[in-house]
Design a protein around this ligand. Structure first.
Ligand code: ZN
Length: 692
C-alpha cells in the first residue's frame, strides 16, 4: 500500500470500531480505504473534468456518444468489465425556439447566452434554450407575471381578479421543480410559459456575476426538463428496450404548451412594461423597476418547433463498470452519476462523473493488486438524467429483480463540487456510515477531517450530529430508492453560484470559482471510493436502524398536530408503537452483531444475516405504490407532488391528510405501521441468524 501519511491523509480514526466489521477485518479495511484514497490526485480528476467539459453534451446527441466512449475506454483501461446499456427513449428535441415582444414595439429577444471574457467554451456553438418535454406551437398573447408560478400564486392572482387563460405567463424559477410550474400554467389555461432566473435568486442581488464573480450574468439561462414523471414517458414501469410496449406520447402528461427559459436580461424586456394591479410585496424581484402582473399591455409571441414528427425516439447510453465480488458476488453496491448535461456541465454533472470515475480507477488498481472486494461494485454513468432521471430509471426497471434481491446500497453523485461546503443525505440507515467515512478524509481547507469542518460549519450542539438531507426528488436515486426501497446516500461540496443548467457551467467557472485546484473533486472521489468499499467488504451490512427508527419518530409530531388541527379522532398511536418496536429490535440487533463479530462468523451465517437485513427497507415499500403515483413505492420519503423537489416524509399518510379524508388517514397510518412491523420482523430474523 502507499504510505498514507506521505500523501497527507490522517489516519486518526482507527480508534473507533467499524460497525459490521470484526476487529481483524476492520484493521484491514482501514488500510484498504486509505490505500484507495491515497491513489486519487487533483491531476487525474482535472484530466477527466477537462475532457468531459470540452463541449455541451445533451442526451441524444453525438457529443453524448463521445462521453460514453471516454468513460468506457477508461473503465477498460483500469481493468473493469465495462458495458454500454442502450435504450430508445421518447425525447423530442426542439429544432427552433423563438420569443418576441410584439407590443409596445416588435423586437425578437436574443436567446443566446453568448461569449464571456475568459470562458473559451462560451464562444462554442450553443445549444438551444431547451425546457425538455415542453410542447410545441406558436402563441401570441398578453403577458401575465405569475411570481414563482406555484399553486398559491395562482390563488393570489384569483384574489387580484387576474386570469391567465389565453395569456403568455412569465414565472421566476425557484421554490419548486419547473415541471410543476408548467403543469400549473397549463391547468390555468395559459397558452405559453416563459421562466427566468430572477437576479434576486441567483444573480447580482446575491453577488458579483460571472465572469467577475460566480453568480448568474444577465444573459445566463437555466435550461431543464418540465416533465413531472420519472423515466421514459412512453414506458412507465418498464425498460425502453427495443420492441417495448409503449403508451401514446400524447397520454404521457408532458406539457402541451410551449415552455421556454429566459435570461433576466430578456425577462426585463417583457416585465418592465407590464401594468395592472399592485403586486404583493413578496412578488417584487431584483430587477430595477416595480413589477406588475398585467395582463399586458406587453404582448409576447412564443414559437417552439421540435422533431416530434421525424425523430422523437433517440438512443441513450448508460455505462456500467463492474468489479465482481469474491464472496457475495450477487450482492451489489451501485455508485452512479449522470453523464449528460445542458452545457459543458463542469458542476452538473462532470464533477459527479469524475467522482465515480476516480473511485473506479482507485478500486480497479486495488483489484489488480489482489484486493478484490467481497461484494460486486457497479460504477455507473447514467444518460438523460436531465430529461427525467431516464437512464437510471430504465436500468432499474430492467434490472429490478436482481436489484431487489441483491442491491445493498445506491450511492449517488450529482453536482458534487461547486464550492467548499460539505453536505450529505439519503436514507437514515446509511448516515452513520457517511459520517464515519467523512471522519477518515482530510478536508482540503486543512482544518481537520471533512467531518470536523462540516460539524463546525453547521454549529450543532456537542451531542448532536450535523443535519443531513432527507431524500426528495430530482436525481438518479429515485429508481433505486423511491421505486425499489434500496437504501441510498449522497454527498458533495457546495458554494455560491448562478450557472446551474447554463452554458457557463464550464471549466473556466470551475477553475475560477468552484474548485480551482480540483482538491474538492479529489475528496468527493475519496469518499466515493471509501463508501463503496465500506459497503462492499462489511462482514455484516452496516445499516444503522437505530438512527433510522429515531429519525422516523421525528415525523410523528407534525402528523399529530395536523390531526389535532382538523379535530379528527384519527390517531397515530399504531405507527408510534411500531416505530418503538423497530428501535428496540435495532438496538438488540446491533448489540448481538457487535458481540458476534468479536469472534469470526462463518460465511453462511453472514449470508443469512445480510439477506435478512436486505429485507428491512424493502418492507417499507408497497407494490401498489402511492395512491397519487403508483411508481413511487417507498413509503418513507417522496418528493412532494405539488413541489417536485421538497421532501414529504410518510407520503401515504401526509397525502391523505392533504386530501382531507380522515378515514383514509387512519387506513394509511395502520398500513404504514404494519409495514414497520414487517421491517422489524426482518431485523429480528437478522438477530436470530447472528446469534445462532
Ligand atoms: Zn444533475
Amino acid at each position: 500500500m502507499l504510505a498514507a501519511s506521505a500523501a497527507g491523509y490522517t489516519a486518526h480514526p482507527q480508534q473507533q470500531p467499524l460497525p459490521g466489521y470484526s476487529p481483524a477485518s476492520a484493521a484491514a479495511q482501514r488500510r484498504l480505504e486509505l490505500d484507495a484514497m491515497a491513489r486519487l490526485t487533483p491531476a487525474s480528476a482535472a484530466a477527466h473534468s477537462r475532457v468531459l467539459t470540452r463541449e455541451a453534451h445533451v442526451a441524444g446527441t453525438p457529443a453524448q456518444a463521445r462521453t460514453r466512449d471516454y468513460v468506457i475506454q477508461r473503465m477498460r483501461e483500469w481493468g473493469l468489465e465495462a458495458e454500454t446499456r442502450a435504450y430508445d427513449v421518447w425525447m423530442p428535441h426542439p429544432t427552433s425556439i423563438r420569443v418576441w415582444r410584439v407590443s409596445p414595439d416588435t423586437r425578437e429577444l436574443s436567446l443566446a447566452e453568448g461569449p464571456l471574457a475568459g470562458d473559451s467554451s462560451s464562444s462554442l456553438p450553443e445549444i438551444l434554450p431547451i425546457n425538455g418535454y415542453g410542447g410545441s406551437g406558436d402563441a401570441t398573447a398578453e403577458v401575465v407575471y405569475v411570481n414563482y408560478g406555484l399553486i398559491e400564486d395562482y390563488a393570489t392572482l384569483d384574489s387580484l381578479g387576474v386570469s391567465v387563460r389565453g395569456k403568455v405567463v412569465i414565472a421566476r424559477y425557484g421554490r419548486s421543480f419547473r415541471g410543476i410550474k408548467a403543469r400549473e400554467a397549463e391547468r390555468h389555461g395559459a397558452v405559453a410559459l416563459l421562466m427566468y432566473s430572477d437576479p434576486q435568486d441567483d444573480g447580482y442581488v446575491r453577488g458579483d456575476v460571472y465572469p467577475a464573480g460566480p453568480m448568474r450574468p444577465p444573459t445566463g439561462i437555466q435550461r431543464g426538463s418540465v416533465f413531472n414523471g420519472t423515466g421514459d414517458p412512453t414506458t412507465p414501469g418498464g425498460p425502453s428496450v427495443r420492441g417495448a410496449r409503449r403508451v401514446a406520447p400524447d397520454s404521457t402528461g408532458a406539457p402541451r404548451i410551449p415552455v421556454v427559459p429566459l435570461s433576466y436580461a430578456n425577462a426585463a424586456e417583457l416585465l418592465r412594461g407590464l401594468q395592472g394591479a399592485a403586486i404583493p410585496q413578496a412578488w417584487q424581484g431584483g430587477l430595477p423597476f416595480r413589477y406588475h402582473v398585467g395582463p399586458g399591455p406587453v404582448i409576447a409571441r412564443v414559437a417552439v418547433a421540435n422533431d416530434t414528427a421525424t425523430t422523437p425516439y433517440k438512443p441513450i447510453w448508460n455505462t456500467l463498470g463492474v468489479v465482481r465480488g469474491t464472496e457475495f458476488p450477487e450482492e451489489l453496491v451501485v455508485i452512479g452519476a449522470h453523464r449528460d448535461a445542458w452545457g459543458p456541465g463542469a458542476v452538473d454533472n462532470v464533477s459527479g462523473t469524475t467522482s465515480v470515475l476516480e473511485a473506479a480507477r482507485a478500486i480497479g488498481e486495488l483489484v489488480r493488486g489482489g484486493a478484490r472486494p467481497k461484494r460486486t461494485i457497479v460504477f455507473a454513468t447514467w444518460d438523460a438524467e436531465e430529461w427525467g432521471l431516464i437512464g437510471s430509471t430504465e436500468y432499474v426497471e430492467e434490472e429490478s429483480l436482481r436489484l431487489l434481491r441483491g442491491a445493498v446500497a445506491y450511492l449517488n453523485q450529482d453536482g458534487v463540487v461547486s464550492g467548499p461546503n460539505f453536505g450529505g443525505g439519503g436514507s437514515p440507515s446509511l448516515r452513520s456510515t457517511l459520517r464515519s467515512v467523512a471522519q477518515s478524509v482530510s478536508d482540503p481547507s486543512g482544518r481537520g477531517s471533512v467531518y470536523e469542518v462540516w460539524r463546525r460549519s453547521t454549529r450543532v450542539a456537542d451531542s448532536t450530529e450535523p443535519p443531513m438531507g432527507d431524500p426528495g426528488g430530482g436525481s438518479d436515486f429515485a429508481g433505486f430508492y423511491n421505486h425499489l426501497g434500496i437504501p441510498h446516500a449522497d454527498w458533495g461540496f457546495g458554494g455560491p453560484g448562478g450557472i446551474y443548467h447554463s452554458t457557463y457551467d464550464s471549466r473556466y467557472w470551475m477553475e475560477t470559482f468552484g474548485d480551482p485546484a480540483y482538491r474538492y473533486h479529489v475528496v468527493a472521489a475519496q469518499i466515493s471510493a471509501a463508501m463503496a468499499l465500506r459497503f462492499a467488504n462489511a462482514d455484516i451490512l452496516p445499516y444503522d436502524y437505530v438512527e433510522f427508527a429515531r429519525t422516523m419518530r421525528r415525523y410523528l409530531p407534525p402528523i399529530d398536530s395536523a390531526l389535532g388541527a382538523r379535530r379528527w379522532t384519527t390517531s397515530s398511536s399504531s405507527l408510534r408503537a411500531a416505530i418503538d418496536r423497530m428501535e428496540r429490535s435495532a438496538i438488540t440487533l446491533s448489540a448481538s452483531r457487535d458481540s458476534a463479530l468479536q469472534g469470526g462468523l462463518p460465511s453462511s451465517t453472514r449470508r443469512a444475516v445480510n439477506a435478512a437485513l436486505l429485507r428491512v427497507e424493502r418492507a417499507l415499500t408497497r407494490p401498489e405504490g402511492l395512491r397519487t403515483r403508483p411508481w413511487v413505492r417507498g413509503l418513507i420519503y417522496a418528493a412532494d407532488e405539488n413541489n417536485g423537489y421538497a421532501t414529504m416524509a410518510f407520503p401515504s399518510v401526509n397525502e391523505a391528510i392533504r386530501a382531507g379524508d380522515s378515514g383514509l388517514v387512519q387506513h394509511e397510518i395502520d398500513d404504514l405501521a404494519r409495514r414497520f412491523d414487517a421491517a422489524t420482523a426482518a431485523l429480528d430474523d437478522a438477530r436470530r441468524a447472528v446469534s445462532r
